[in-house]
Write a new protein. Structure first.
Length: 535
């Protein structure tokens, strides 16, 4: 399947997932606001969600898909089915053990991940209760990610990309119909997470059955291919999910901040960050990993290099204007999406500040999603680990340093320091990944589109100027975002987004960027057929 077509499919369903996610967050903000209780739920949910991204969608998928493609290349369907069965059994065993241990030691887990709640026994107890309710999501969603990896390897991207919609719908339903059955009401969302895990897994099974790959879990730790996946997984635990580790560290520190709702402010701004990151960055990453692993295994070095160049160019073409646009429209976006019911104008202001800080790192986060599969497709797990650890320690240092500096300056929104630290450490990771690719000489000619970067930046700058002038015009006409109806706010916001997109596209055209050439990767005339050695 054409890479661009595959990316469009994943992006479309990821967009649908993100849009329903925004509806979910609007419902949560309206019913529950940004309080200590919502902070408690977000902490409880972040822990199994973090484990899911770390073990299932992050480390596991990046190790599983290249090995699966190797077995597929041999054409032995029985060997493929046996591998799938044994991986399913091994994954289920590991996640059930982790689930059981975290259920038993839930108080200690919350003490580690939210130490700021130890001084508030009521919030601490409820956070533990919500964590225990959400923890079954870990083994369930791990199996969902496993099923999605099989489907992606067979060029079936739509269902795995659409599955997160079921999580959003489950949480929306829980907020509407279960909130009055729990105390505090936000606890209904924890039950909604449990329901979502079951529904998401059931949605994957018919597709696997039709492919003849519905797993019958079997013990597989002695299987050579399973061992290979485990060897690849061990180091990728850091390298593949360093951004999630950084966000978790932000949450830990945010529980100590004096401003109530700091965890919620970071959560809502992170959700807005995840929109372009998921729709485009993760979509490109999802599509190129199977392609790169197949091209490397087949010795097609020319196609391998071309795929990298195409992915980096497309990532920058989207990430830079998305960062500029969201930073410029931060406050209108937050007000339009979240400022209803219990979510106050002060909440909007605090969330918008952290959103602007996160946007400084959005291009880096997207590029990291694109560059990491280059290493994993070649089974090079050591390099991303070293870089990930360096980025992690940089983030920890910057978290503490920037928070202290803002506190010394008397800045009330200390959570902004955490977002700034994440952005800075993201750029450090990008720089180190880029240098490592050059040192390994993966691509003989430059794959980073420096000749297009300045054009993208200038076009994004033109867009920012147009948007600022539009906001200035609205304010001069007496428009007040806080006092408008939901329909008026959303309609005006969509008009501003359309204006920004049109001005950006115009800027690209004036500066001579051929969009058709960028989005459709060229096929190299000749490809090297000599197999490459894995590091």
């Amino acid at each position: 399947m054409n890479l661009f077509k595959s990316t469009v499919i994943v992006s479309f369903f990821t967009l649908l997932s993100r849009l329903t996610g925004f509806v979910r967050d609007m419902v949560v903000a309206r019913f529950f606001g940004a309080t200590l209780w919502t902070d408690a739920f977000f902490v409880a949910f972040k822990i199994p969600n973090f484990m899911r991204r770390l073990f299932a969608e992050g480390s596991f998928s990046l190790a599983f898909i290249p090995v699966l493609n190797e077995i597929k290349a041999n054409g032995d369907q029985q060997a493929l089915k046996d591998f799938v069965d044994r991986i399913a059994g091994s994954l289920l065993a590991v996640t059930l053990i982790v689930f059981a241990l975290m259920e038993i030691f839930a108080p200690a887990v919350i003490a580690v991940f939210a130490p700021g709640y130890l001084d508030n026994p009521a919030v601490y107890r409820e956070t533990i209760s919500m964590l225990r309710m959400t923890l079954p999501y870990l083994p369930l969603i791990s199996l969902v990610a496993f099923a999605g990896g099989i489907l992606n390897s067979h060029q079936r991207f739509a269902l795995p990309a659409a599955t997160p919609v079921l999580l959003n719908l489950s949480l929306i339903a829980a907020a509407f119909w279960l909130k009055n059955h729990f105390n505090p009401p936000v606890k209904a969302l924890a039950f909604g997470v449990l329901i979502a895990g079951v529904v998401q897994l059931l949605a994957q099974l018919p597709a696997l059955w039709r492919m003849g790959l519905l797993p019958r879990p079997r013990w597989g730790f002695s299987n050579p291919q399973v061992k290979k996946v485990m060897r690849l997984m061990a180091p990728t635990l850091f390298g593949s999910s360093i951004a999630q580790v950084n966000l978790l560290l932000d949450t830990i520190i945010a529980t100590f901040l004096p401003l109530a709702g700091s965890v919620s402010f970071l959560y809502y701004s992170d959700r807005l960050l995840e929109f372009p990151l998921g729709v485009f960055g993760i979509a490109i990453s999802t599509v190129i990993l199977p392609a790169l692993s197949f091209q490397h295994a087949s010795g097609r070095s020319g196609e391998f290099a071309q795929t990298i160049r195409w992915a980096v160019t497309l990532a920058l073409l989207i990430a830079v204007p998305a960062a500029v646009g969201l930073a410029t429209l931060a406050k209108p976006v937050v007000i339009s999406l979240f400022e209803y019911g219990r979510f106050t104008p002060d909440n909007s202001q605090m969330t918008a500040l952290s959103l602007m800080a996160y946007m400084l790192g959005l291009p880096a986060f997207v590029l990291n999603k694109v560059l990491l599969p280059v290493f994993y497709s070649r089974k090079d797990t050591r390099t991303p680990v070293k870089i990930g650890v360096a980025s992690l320690f940089a983030n920890m240092f910057l978290n503490i340093t920037l928070t202290a500096v803002l506190w010394w300056l008397g800045f009330a929104a200390l959570h902004v320091a955490l977002a700034l630290a994440s952005a800075a450490s993201g750029w450090l990771q990008t720089r180190l990944l880029y240098r490592a690719l050059h040192r390994q000489a993966l691509v003989t000619s430059p794959f980073f589109p420096w000749h297009n970067v300045w054009r993208i930046v200038l076009a994004s700058g033109l867009m920012a100027v147009i948007l600022l002038l539009s906001l200035w015009f609205l304010s001069n006409t007496g428009w007040n975002w806080h006092n408008q109806s939901a329909i008026a706010k959303m309609g005006t916001l969509l008009l501003l987004i359309a204006t920004g997109a049109a001005s950006y596209a115009t800027g690209l055209w004036l500066l001579g960027i051929n969009l058709r050439r960028v989005i459709q990767p060229a096929t190299p005339r000749r490809a090297t057929t000599k197999p490459q050695k894995s590091p």
